[in-house]
Design a protein. Structure first.
Length: 257
């Protein structure tokens, strides 16, 4: 996996060499395995751009759920992952999409009334962060309308900015929770494909928590200790990958991803 790959092959490499090896991993592992069945040949994405553009500060991660329901399982889940990222040294912003209500994306609306203020605020938040922790509910075997609408509005171009500026060279980790036995797993297939095609490198590891209606205790933690560790590790893994690409030391352990 990426963090293990970088550690194993780059212990004595310079930062430019580490960056080149990260690009090699992106071209081989990401395109050949992570998106198998839906191979996205995004070899033009240069991870060196990420390393050069990132300041030597703690990795910044934006964490949010594709649900705004009260006591949302996915909102609860992503906060656990955020805690794992913070423990690994990341600066994490937990976002509630309910604070940024948006109309359904419509180009006629956009042309007549402009980009909504909340879409602009969300895009700025995405631009300010290096990585994404996303917990997505499954709606009819796919992505939630809220999450898709958010992705679409944030993707809209602004004069003077590169295309898909809010997504290019970002890294993301995915998770889901559902009362069903599969835990929302089918929806993550579509989330992964969408993000992968707009410039986000999605980490291979993902976790789906089934029977979510009984999975959490009263404090918002998972009752199953192994599941709790898996979700914490998602946050930690993303933080470690971002730190490594920034050339920072990170408290990584073998098999991080």
């Amino acid at each position: 996996m990426l963090a293990g790959f970088l550690r194993a092959e780059n212990a004595n490499q310079t930062k430019p060499e580490v960056c080149k090896l990260a690009n090699r991993w992106h071209a081989t592992y990401t395109d050949g395995i992570m998106f198998r069945g839906n191979i996205s040949l995004r070899r033009s994405t240069n991870l060196c751009e990420f390393q050069k553009s990132s300041s030597m500060t703690a990795p910044r991660i934006l964490a949010f759920a594709g649900s705004v329901r009260i006591n949302s399982f996915n909102g609860t889940l992503v906060r656990i992952a955020a805690a794992g990222a913070r423990r690994a040294g990341a600066d994490v912003t937990v976002l509630d999409l309910n604070d940024f209500p948006l109309p359904i994306f419509d180009e006629d609306f956009e042309r007549e009334q402009g980009t909504p203020a909340n879409a602009q605020k969300l895009k700025e938040l995405f631009l300010q962060h290096d990585g994404l922790l996303v917990s997505s509910p499954e709606y009819n075997s796919s992505i939630s309308p809220l999450l898709k609408n958010t992705i679409d509005w944030v993707s809209r171009p602004i004069p003077g900015q590169p295309r898909l500026a809010a997504y290019r060279n970002k890294f993301a980790a995915l998770m889901s929770a559902s009362p069903g036995a599969l835990g929302g797993l089918r929806g993550l297939v579509h989330v992964r494909a969408i993000l992968g095609n707009i410039g986000v490198t999605v980490l291979a590891n993902q976790v789906a928590i089934g029977h979510a209606d009984s999975a959490f205790d009263s404090s918002g933690q998972l009752r199953d200790e192994s599941q709790q560790v898996q979700i914490l590790d998602l946050g930690r893994s993303l933080a470690e990958v971002l730190a490594k690409l920034q050339g920072q030391p990170s408290p990584v352990t073998p098999g991080s991803l």
